[in-house]
Design a protein around this ligand. Structure first.
Ligand SMILES: [Ca+2]
Ligand SMILES: [Ca+2]
Length: 177
């Protein structure tokens, strides 16, 4: 695995551990879903429901694939096995990426404004400077918007173990991991 991907995996584990108790559990995904949905007040119930469903699916997929000792919690050691077979998570990550990006586009225009992007990424737990750097790397329009499809692809690349030098690397503060 690329070192950049290792850093991305470490960061995403720390963020997914929404209650900060050091392991991933169903509760973390409930918490995170609530925070993210609350950050998208202009989106409709269907979009909120899709996001909650995507977080639930993300958890059930992780639990089915990675909870090696079957105790209902995923430790960091268990989590790192995700990089050995990333294709097992493609469908869950794809659903997650689409649901998240859709929340950034409540009017269905195919574009996400910087304020909407910042609100959602802050809810997930990324740092503001990293969020702005990522948005800039996605090549915003003169109106400071990015395409929904660009964000979806960026999220999927973030989880790819063989990628380096991608926009998502802006989310990782390598001095801190
Ligand atoms: Ca936790
Ligand atoms: Ca476990």
């Amino acid at each position: 695995m690329r070192i950049e991907a290792t850093h991305r995996v470490q960061l995403v584990f720390s963020l997914l551990d929404a209650d900060g108790n050091g392991v991933l559990e169903a509760r973390d995904f409930d918490l995170m879903a609530g925070r993210v949905v609350a950050a998208a007040p202009d989106s409709d119930e269907a979009a909120h429901g899709a996001m909650r469903d995507a977080f639930l699916r993300y958890w059930t997929t992780l639990a089915a694939e990675l909870d090696a000792d079957g105790d209902g919690r995923i430790t960091f050691e268990e989590y790192t096995a995700c990089v050995l077979s990333p294709e097992r998570f493609d469908a869950a990550v794809d659903a997650f990426a689409r649901a998240l990006a859709a929340l950034g586009d409540p009017a269905g225009e195919g574009q996400v404004s910087r304020p909407a992007f910042v609100a959602l990424m802050t809810a997930i737990g990324f740092g503001r400077a990293n969020i702005d750097a990522l948005f800039d790397a996605f090549g915003p329009t003169p109106e400071d918007r990015i395409a929904v499809a660009t964000w979806v692809e960026g999220i999927k690349d973030y989880y790819a173990p063989d990628k380096a030098g991608i926009p998502g690397d802006h989310l990782v503060d390598t001095a801190a991991v």
